[in-house]
Design a protein around this ligand. Structure first.
Ligand SMILES: Nc1ncnc2c1ncn2[C@@H]1O[C@H](COP(=O)(O)OP(=O)(O)O)[C@@H](O)[C@H]1O
Ligand SMILES: [Mg+2]
Length: 256
């Protein structure tokens, strides 16, 4: 019965990477100028990994996240996600994958200001979740420690609390991959630490694959694996203790 309903089926083997990029490029044309936002990126990420992506402003981090999240299509190269070639999928299939597998967390939270925390988290469930919607949104808010703020609107919440609502909204459809583009970029250090703690728990305790973009070396160093980008290419990839001077400098430039 499930087979008939599913447009896209998982056809992944155990040892296969969840995400595999081969020689990925993304070129934006602005008038007569080509901007090579991604200039040949190859890498794999396995299910259950936690990866931080660092690099100066303009190095291609958000472009990479948008491609990983199936929000944008690369100009060339191959993207395999759970054994499926993303480039071969239709718009509807891409939307289905985004919907089913991927949760997004944004730097500016992207909450609707007139809605309560509870209603913001229910939004992704508007179609199809039926009576379950309220319960699932409450559970997601509970998961990020906001059970006592469900009826607050965004302006009645601190930045850290708003980001926790953002994480709850990303979680409510139970995605296997969480993509967070500078999730602590607007937060003080204490709230940043709380948000990182939640993201690390979602990885460690629930096995979700978490990919986080950050400018801050201290934040990146909490991930077991750090990828550093410069000018659309990966310049280092490994545990944080292997980060060379170059990577630290590349991240530092962005902080100024
Ligand atoms: N929609 C777009 N149109 C044109 N150029 C873009 C677009 N998005 C990004 N770029 C360019 O691509 C490069 C990488 O951008 P981005 O991925 O946003 O970098 P980062 O997130 O690391 O700051 C930059 O030079 C940026 O100006
Ligand atoms: Mg960016």
């Amino acid at each position: 019965m499930a087979a008939a309903a599913a447009v896209v089926v998982d056809n992944m083997s155990e040892d296969q990477a969840m995400i595999e990029l081969s020689d990925m490029t993304k070129v934006y044309n602005i008038g007569t100028i080509d901007v090579h936002a991604l200039d040949g990126v190859s890498m794999s990420i396995h299910r259950g990994e936690m990866v931080a992506i660092m690099g100066a402003s303009g190095s291609g981090k958000s472009t990479l996240m948008n491609v990983l999240g199936c929000l944008d299509v690369p100009s060339s190269g191959r993207y395999m996600l759970d054994g499926l070639e993303v480039g071969a999928l239709s718009g509807n299939q891409l939307a289905e994958i985004r919907n089913r597998k991927i949760g997004f967390v944004f730097q500016t939270y992207n909450l609707l200001p007139r809605l309560t925390a509870q209603a913001n988290v229910e939004l992704p469930l508007l179609y199809g979740a039926g009576n379950d919607r309220k319960r699932r949104a409450s559970e997601a808010l509970d998961r990020v420690g906001l059970s006592d703020r469900t009826n607050h609107k965004p302006t009645e919440l601190s930045g850290g609390q708003q980001q926790r609502v953002g994480i709850a909204r990303a979680l409510v459809k139970d995605p296997s991959i969480l993509l967070a583009d500078e999730p602590t970029g607007n937060l003080d250090s204490r709230s940043s630490a709380e948000i990182m703690e939640i993201l690390m728990e979602l990885n460690r305790d629930e096995g979700r694959t978490v990919i986080i973009v950050t400018h801050e070396p201290d934040i990146a160093a909490q991930a077991p694996r750090v990828i550093t980008m410069r000018d659309g290419v990966i310049v280092s990839d490994g545990p944080p203790e292997t980060l060379g001077q170059g990577a630290t400098a590349a991240a530092g430039e962005a902080q100024q």
